[in-house]
Design a protein around this ligand. Structure first.
Ligand code: ZN
Ligand code: ZN
Length: 399
């Protein structure tokens, strides 16, 4: 497009493309993920869920790639050669030796592009409406392709799977995902060689292909600083993308490499945001929904056995107390009557030793035994005999 106001991104080079905060958040997310993966490995059912998660992810991704290969247009020398040349040039600029497979698909007017990976191959997909909007050889298209190459070079596809448990955490998970987009916008801007083209590429995503390119970037960035408040802050904190107005602010700031201005967030948004799980819950993509369902299953699989153990312990403790109470009553009866009780009615009743027959919490039935050596023992059909556990070892001979 217009070449007279090309502003190259000063201070941006191949070595500093990933945003500094991406590394900071990476350490947080990997620590949380390791913790959860260890928890899963310890519980056998957790491993089962993890295998299920991996299988469904692999299946969904395989179908997506099959869709690209059979329904999309494979870009190459013979098909959309201009776009193929742009991809090659962007890859050379960003130091990628083997360019990914590039496909164009028609998707009902959506303006989008994405990168994925399957069976060791990288794929970049550009929606046809975005190709029409930006053209195959523009700096805006270079920005777009550079952004997706950034995802591939930073291994975000692999990280999305391996770090999924950590990315589920509120605030941190979404912040980490947003830092990916910030990094990839830097890749795109270096590939475009022009911060204004990068901004125009983003404005097309906001304003559409007809009017997007003519939008005023300066007044669009004013939306970032002027339209603040609780809900905007909450949207920012729970979203896996930085807002478009902020992304435009960020790419324009690359003109001189100065830190982009940051609008303050509402403090209460952090409080509420801490309750909303990350991992792309804000964006309603089927893949994210699947990840969320699987993670809820994982957490339940870890929590349920622990909960059951606590409950079983408290049940058997209550049964133990019942047995003690009955033994004490039977002893008391024997002491006062100089003979053993013959039915529960002898010791249980409004004016007896036990007012009401105690009930085992898991509905076991009680029976009593008496021996001269050991006195009374109560047997529960569910919990056995707590006071005198049956001897499990054989009696040593010659006793
Ligand atoms: Zn992206
Ligand atoms: Zn019992």
């Amino acid at each position: 497009m217009d070449t007279f106001n090309v502003v190259s991104p000063a201070g941006l080079d191949r070595a500093n493309l990933n945003a500094a905060k991406e590394r900071t958040y990476f350490f947080w997310v990997i620590a949380l993920s390791l913790l959860i993966w260890t928890g899963l490995a310890v519980s056998i059912i957790g491993l089962f869920y993890a295998a299920m998660f991996g299988f469904f992810l692999w299946l969904g991704n395989g179908l997506l790639v099959a869709y690209l290969r059979s329904e999309g247009v494979k870009v190459g020398e013979a098909q959309l050669p201009e776009l193929a040349a742009t991809l090659r040039s962007v890859c050379a600029e960003l130091g990628v030796a083997a360019p990914p497979a590039l496909y164009v698909i028609q998707s009902g007017g959506m303006l989008n592009a994405f990168a994925t990976r399957h069976s060791g191959r990288d794929f970049v997909v550009v929606y046809s409406d975005l190709l029409e909007a930006l053209g195959p050889a523009s700096r805006e298209m270079r920005f777009l392709l550079g952004h997706e190459i950034g995802h591939l070079k930073s291994r975000h596809i692999l990280k999305q799977t391996l770090l999924a448990p950590g990315m589920f955490f509120p605030l941190i998970g979404a912040a980490y995902r947003r830092s990916w987009e910030t990094s990839c916008d830097r890749y795109g801007t270096l590939a475009a060689g022009d911060v204004n083209a990068a901004a125009r590429g983003l404005l097309v995503l906001a304003g559409g292909r007809q009017h997007g390119p003519a939008l005023n970037a300066a007044s669009y960035t004013a939306q970032y600083s002027d339209d603040r408040g609780f809900f905007v802050s909450l949207h920012e904190l729970t979203s896996t993308y930085p807002t478009l107005s902020r992304r435009v602010v960020d790419v324009l700031a690359l003109r001189d490499g100065a830190a982009p201005r940051r609008a303050p967030r509402h403090p209460f948004a952090y409080l509420l945001g801490a309750l909303i799980p990350g991992g792309g819950v804000g964006t309603a993509s089927p893949a994210n929904a699947l990840v969320m369902i699987v993670l809820i299953g994982l957490l339940a699989a870890m929590a349920i056995p622990a909960f059951q153990k606590v409950r079983q312990n408290s049940e058997s403790k209550a049964c133990y107390n019942n047995q003690r109470m009955l033994v004490a009553a039977l002893d008391q009866y024997r002491l006062e009557n100089e003979k053993g009780a013959s039915t529960w009615a002898d010791i249980v009743g409004p004016d007896k030793f036990v007012k009401q027959m105690p009930a085992c919490p898991t509905a076991g039935e009680y029976s009593a035994k008496y021996s001269d050596d050991e006195g009374y023992a109560i047997e529960c059909t569910r919990h056995g005999n707590h006071l005198h556990p049956p001897a499990s070892q054989p009696v040593p001979s010659g006793r």
